[in-house]
Design a protein around this ligand. Structure first.
Ligand SMILES: Cc1cc2nc3c(=O)[nH]c(=O)nc-3n(C[C@H](O)[C@H](O)[C@H](O)COP(=O)(O)OP(=O)(O)OC[C@H]3O[C@@H](n4cnc5c(N)ncnc54)[C@H](O)[C@@H]3O)c2cc1C
Length: 497
């Protein structure tokens, strides 16, 4: 049984940390510790840490974890800290926040074996710029809409999605091998990397794969200090094809037909993402734009739409892909659509195409303009259920007085949908915050009954998923106890322990 009580770090603990990393890199200064409290976006509940430590070397992390295990001080690792409250402590005392931003080396890019080896603090902006300059024919899997200061590492451990997620699968599938420091100070390399003489070329290495169960652990199992991430060709021939429609069911069904092709066109559609017109509306301050659809209709914006971002090695290949998508859409409109008249191709201005193709894009950030705060509440559903999800969630958002902003993307050629309601709310008003939590709870209860999965679990609302998957939770807790017997790693996150 793990005893759930933690020590509030004192001056002696701070001095021990200064002894490990040096006085410039460990602090309990309130202004510094409070600055890490990033509220909103994907997790509303978080605490201020008591000490912030900024190690540079794996050996320093080993010493910190051994010390904190002995003293029972909680530790929360942070790479970029841009997953909202998810990297901050969830309990009091908050303990140590391990800021890994100084571990920022791009160690190797191997174009033949097609991987990059990076440390946790390498930001997506840095990796993108580095590859653009030194390896322009290759692209790393940066999360499509995340801020440039977020990291590839944080996105992996948090189970994100990348700019070619529709073609290659969830972000977790892009990771090959890792180096992890466990709470007892052991340093483990996973996959083929477990063998000191092997390149990190094969994820499943020496028998059962340990890296996969660290995926999604959100810092609750150990500190990842290096990752090997797949890179993919970055061809010159790209465009975005868009089809508009009046309802989420036609969006879902047309997209599924295209994604089910698998070979050829579906592999060329790297990012397949759509949504509804409030996605446009809620990117401006609430009092600056009309809210009714008629205004947006005049501007030629459909009620729902789907973007197919296509990458190809030649113009001929790109033409083939875009023509096939358009032919399939016309056939769907003629023969199977619920509302055929509404199904129309959307002509994009070259500047619109260029802005959609730009990575990392900053498209999500303006949602904060609507009413000061926004929260991504993200779910995975089977693709053929994303319209049901969207309809249900839009109704629920309207019931609670929020604009019904819905974004949906295909993962691995429509095997899953990532459905992301964006809740625009007034973060300065406690009542508005309470409404967000009520909405989240109500829709979570509904979603779990449908068998849908939340993407970045938070310890308060989504604990219900663990209650329902009790046997799975039992084994997660057992693994956690094995790796972290004192329970110091990000306690509370994933309701572990
Ligand atoms: C405006 C906006 C748009 C976004 N768009 C996208 C998107 O398009 N796709 C997407 O997938 N995500 C998106 N995100 C979510 C998030 O920013 C990304 O997932 C991002 O890559 C997280 O990286 P980070 O370094 O900030 O992670 P952090 O916040 O540092 O960490 C994420 C989690 O992993 C843990 N962790 C971090 N580093 C380590 C480590 N080295 N070892 C063990 N545990 C660790 C943390 O404790 C935390 O629980 C978006 C966020 C914002 C704010």
């Amino acid at each position: 049984m793990i005893k759930i009580s933690y020590k509030l770090p004192d001056q002696k603990d701070l001095e021990a940390m200064i002894g490990i990393v040096g006085k410039d890199y460990a602090s309990n200064n309130k202004a510094i510790t409070a600055s890490y409290l990033a509220k909103s976006v994907m997790g509303l509940e978080s605490q201020i840490p008591d000490i912030v430590i900024r190690p540079k070397f794996v050996e320093e992390i080993r010493k910190i974890l051994i010390y904190c295990s002995a003293e029972k001080i909680p530790v929360s690792p942070v790479s970029g800290g841009l997953s909202g409250g998810f990297s901050c402590p969830t309990i009091r005392p908050g303990g140590v926040l391990l800021d890994l931003s100084r571990m920022n080396r791009i160690i190797e890019i191997d174009e033949d074996n097609r991987y990059a080896i990076v440390e946790p603090g390498v930001t997506i902006g840095e990796l993108w710029a580095y590859m653009h300059k030194n390896h322009p024919d290759w692209a790393p899997p940066v999360p499509d809409g995340a801020p440039p200061a977020s990291t590839v590492m944080g996105d992996a451990i948090d189970r994100g999605f990348s700019l070619y997620t529709s073609s290659t699968g969830p972000q977790g599938d892009n990771f090959m091998c890792a180096e992890v420091v466990f709470a007892n100070g052991d340093v483990l390399r996973t996959g083929s990397w477990a063998l000191p003489t092997a390149k990190p070329f094969y994820k499943y290495g020496l028998g059962p794969d340990i890296w996969s169960f660290l995926m999604g652990s959100q810092g609750a199992m150990g500190v990842v200090t290096k990752v090997v991430v797949k890179i993919y060709p970055h061809p010159e021939f790209k465009t975005v094809v868009v089809w508009g429609m009046s309802n989420p069911y036609d969006m879902q069904d047309l997209t599924l037909e295209i994604q089910k092709q698998e070979f050829g066109i579906a592999h060329n559609t790297v990012m397949v993402q759509g949504g509804n017109y409030p996605l446009v509306m809620a990117r401006w301050p609430k009092d600056k734009v009309p809210h009714d659809y008629e205004f947006f209709k005049e501007m030629g914006i459909p009620q729902w739409w789907m973007n197919f971002e296509c990458w190809a090695q030649t113009q001929e290949e790109l033409d083939y892909v875009t023509n096939r998508i358009n032919e399939m859409a016309k056939d769907f409109k003629k023969n199977r659509a619920k509302d055929p008249d509404s199904i129309k191709p959307q002509e994009l201005h070259p500047k619109q195409i260029a802005s959609r193709l730009k990575k990392p894009n900053k498209i999500a950030i303006p949602y904060a303009l609507w009413e000061a705060g926004f929260l991504f509440i993200t779910w995975y559903t089977p693709w053929p259920e994303c319209a049901h999800f969207s309809e249900m969630y839009c109704n629920a958002m309207e019931k609670y007085g929020f604009p019904p902003v819905m974004w949906v993307a295909s993962i691995e050629r429509g095997r899953q949908a990532i459905c992301m309601p964006i809740v625009c709310f007034d973060s300065t008003d406690p009542k508005s915050l309470e409404k967000v939590q009520d909405l989240n709870r109500e829709t979570t209860e509904y979603g779990l009954k449908q068998g849908w999965l939340n993407y970045r679990p938070d310890p308060y609302i989504h604990i219900q998923a663990y209650y329902q998957g009790a046997m799975y939770w039992k084994y997660l807790r057992a693994i956690k106890k094995l790796l972290d017997p004192a329970g110091i790693m990000h306690p509370g996150r994933l309701a572990l322990p």
